[in-house]
Each structure stands twice: as C-alpha cells, then as structure tokens.
Design a protein. Structure first.
Length: 268
C-alpha cells in the first residue's frame, strides 16, 4: 500500500500508546510467551512505524514474558528448489558456491515484513541458528527458545515452535491470517504422513563456509485457513483490532493439537 493510500485509510495516527492499549484489550498480558505474525500496513499509519509496534509488544509482555517472531530467510537455500520464480539450472552451481553463509546478525529475512526486521535489530533480541527457518526472540525464555535449533526438520520437535508449545505459549495474528501461522507446521510434523525432502544452505563451521544439507518438511500451508476456521468453531480465540488490523490471540498448544488431529483425520 502506498503511503498516501495508507494515510487516507487511517482515521487517526496509530501510536505506541494506542497499540499498547489495543494489545492489552485483546488479552496480551505481562509474562506471556507469544509468537507474533504481523502486518504493519494493516495497522494503519503509525507514528514511528515498526519500532512503535515492537516497543508496544515489549511493554505489554515485559521482560518477564517472551516475544518470538519467525525470521525466515527462504532465499538462502538450494536454488534447485526455487519456484517463485525459478532460476536457470545453469546458474545453480554458481549460486551455491557464491551465496553468503548464514549469519544470524546480518542475514536478511525474506518477505517476513517490516515488524520482524525491526524486532530482530533490537538489543537483547537473539536469532536462532537455522539458515532458512530461524526465529528471533526477546525476553525471559529467549535463550531456551532459540538455542540449539536443529537443522533437520527445523519446524518440528526441538525447534523453537516445540519449545513455545512446552511453555504453553500463545499465538498473536496481528493483521495476519492462518496461512502465516507457522506453529501449524509443528502439527504437520506430529501428524502422520508428512513428506520430507533434502535441501541445503551455506553456514559457517569452525570458521569455514560449508554447504550444509538437511531434511525439511514439504508443507501444506494452503490448508491452514480451512483448519483455522474449524479451530475457531471449537476453541476460544480472542478477537479484536490493533489499530485497523484484525487480530486474533489463541493458545498455541490448543492450535497445534487441533491441527494434528485434523490432519490425521484427513490423511487417513
């Protein structure tokens, strides 16, 4: 959305103060562990932009809580898998040989949004070590969530998603839909019949750049909106507005368990 259109569609400037109040009214509380999926433009024109949203979230949960955001870099991957758009096969070897190694401090995210990019730049935010499926976290359980992120099945067991599940965390969809709800991939790993494939990325090991191969899921996020609608029929989901953004707050554990059961029924 162009800036002029964003201003015209906003009735009054959004601020850190107003966003914090909206978060509290939705149900975001001190001490929560929360994974956030967000769209800045959905909020409306905001004084301070993404920084205002990040700081409002931090004030809402405080350092006694934990904020997590997916910080994925899907372009740091095997070019033979690229589809949107693909690149010529004759380029693959050059891309693999010249692609910079993953660095949690400097590797950019890939289509994750302005709020995520701002969040990961903040002091005391730490990013996990998976080259394509990383998460950034801040707060009390930061290290537990992002440390030792396995390369294989990076959205499955032992991943940051599984650790949020263990902490009985929550999911906040802030202007985002279920198709962005990364926690549902954990359910795909737990359900029967998930297909997997081999991929790879450049990483640093002992100061040397190496091409690391790993196993990843072949995911079906196109099913997530249907699953999400069914979930909302059976479970408590808090709904409200953060600025202009339709927002949803839910139990991650309930969502993952429901999605796992839904997938098992569909696949069997």
């Amino acid at each position: 959305m162009r800036m002029t259109s964003l201003i015209q569609s906003t009735d009054f400037p959004r601020t850190k103060t107003s966003i914090l109040q909206d978060l509290k009214e939705l149900g975001v509380k001190k001490g929560m562990t929360i994974i956030v999926h967000s769209s800045l433009k959905s909020i409306g024109w905001t004084v301070g932009g993404a920084a205002a949203v990040v700081e409002a979230l931090m004030e809402a949960v405080t350092e006694e809580g934990t904020i997590v955001m997916p910080a994925q870099s899907g372009d740091l991957s095997d070019p033979s898998h690229w589809q949107n758009p693909p690149v010529p096969e004759s380029w693959w070897e050059t891309i693999k040989n010249e692609m910079p190694a993953y660095d949690p401090r400097t590797t950019p995210t890939w289509f994750m949004g302005k709020i995520v990019d701002m969040f990961r730049s903040y002091p005391d935010v730490k990013r996990s070590g998976h080259p394509t499926l990383s998460f950034a976290a801040w707060g009390k359980n930061r290290d537990y969530i992002v440390n030792e992120h396995p390369y294989d099945n990076g959205l499955g067991e032992e991943s940051p998603l599984a650790k949020i599940y263990a902490l009985n965390g929550s999911v906040l969809l802030l202007g985002a839909g279920y198709d962005s709800n990364t926690s549902m991939h954990l359910a795909e790993h737990r359900a029967l019949g998930l297909e997997t494939e081999s991929s790879g990325s450049p990483v640093m090991e002992n100061g040397v750049r190496v091409w690391k191969t790993y196993i990843r899921g072949v995911y079906q996020e196109e099913l997530f909106p249907e699953i999400g609608a069914a979930f909302e029929q059976e479970h408590k989901v808090l709904r409200g507005k953060i600025g202009s953004a339709d927002s949803h707050l839910m139990s991650q554990r309930e969502l993952v368990d429901f999605t796992e059961n839904w997938l098992n029924k569909k696949r069997n």
